[in-house]
Ligand binder design. Sequence first.
Ligand SMILES: Nc1ncnc2c1ncn2[C@@H]1O[C@H](COP(=O)(O)OP(=O)(O)OP(=O)(O)O)[C@@H](O)[C@H]1O
Ligand SMILES: [Mg+2]
Length: 309
Amino acid sequence: MLYITNLYKNYGSFQAVSGLTLHIPKGDLFGFVGPNGAGKTTTIRIVCGLLKATAGSIQINGIPASDDYREIKKCIGYVPDFFGVYDNLKVKEYMEFYGSMYGMYTRDIENLSDDLLDLVNLRDKKDVYVDSLSRGMKQRLCVARALLHNPTLLILDEPSSGLDPRARVEMKELLMNLNQMGKTIIISSHILSELSEMCNSIGIMNHGRLITAGRMEDIMMQLGNGNKIHVSVKANMDVAVRTVQEFAGVQIQSVMEHELTIVCNCSDEEISGMIGQMIYNGAVLSGFNREEGNLESLFMQLTGGEENA
Ligand SMILES: Nc1ncnc2c1ncn2[C@@H]1O[C@H](COP(=O)(O)OP(=O)(O)OP(=O)(O)O)[C@@H](O)[C@H]1O
Ligand SMILES: [Mg+2]
């Protein structure tokens, strides 16, 4: 769906993006994270055709950006990090204005606009002035506007910043729904817990470079972040410990009276095999669970504790 290859952006002598290569497959809900100034907005604006790259190439839906950005823009819906000011524009007029910019017919805009305002839960605000909407409502309106031309790729730059917890949950649900409806979504955010709940892939950027990217679970796994397993042992802890020691690549992190904590780089099958072997050898287990990977600690690890947002 989206291929970014060896992308560079210089602002004068400052390099904001340095050799970024990234592929986002169709159907992904991709979380783009990185400390303030990492280069996320710059990358997003280049992908959306709003900023010229210093070097590198971009291809969306098989169309190279160098060919015709107008074609590419038809594939993209963009929700920017900051909104303009809308003097004396009502919600429905705002939708009409953007629809006409996409060359749509007035009747089509009206029909579609009603459906989209329904989708973002703003139908009853049709005749309200945009300026009088709350921040969360403006964000949702912006999503509706970005969907007017039925783009396949939706790119949102910090859509949840400044939203209250309820509005954030609503935004998250909206994006997950849109993803299920087939939209590929890229979302930049500093709210890592939220990203780990909704995204199936992530990319972490720092100082203009991509540090890592891929499926959420693979990245957690690589960093040994999702591999801590707590085994509840009711009796025969010594047997449980000896069994674990027979498995290569498994470390015992702690042994408490009834809990054994191990760290390993194993597949689910290997873990069940090991648990089965403990029981077979005579350890009495009452349960086990794998500790959830934590995007926050991963982020701190990879960006050297530079998170400042
Ligand atoms: N127009 C500009 N002129 C000069 N430098 C710029 C310009 N726009 C951005 N930069 C610099 O480029 C770097 C990357 O900025 P960018 O806005 O892409 O970061 P970001 O990852 O989106 O950060 P944030 O999380 O704060 O939104 C920053 O150091 C910023 O100061
Ligand atoms: Mg930004």
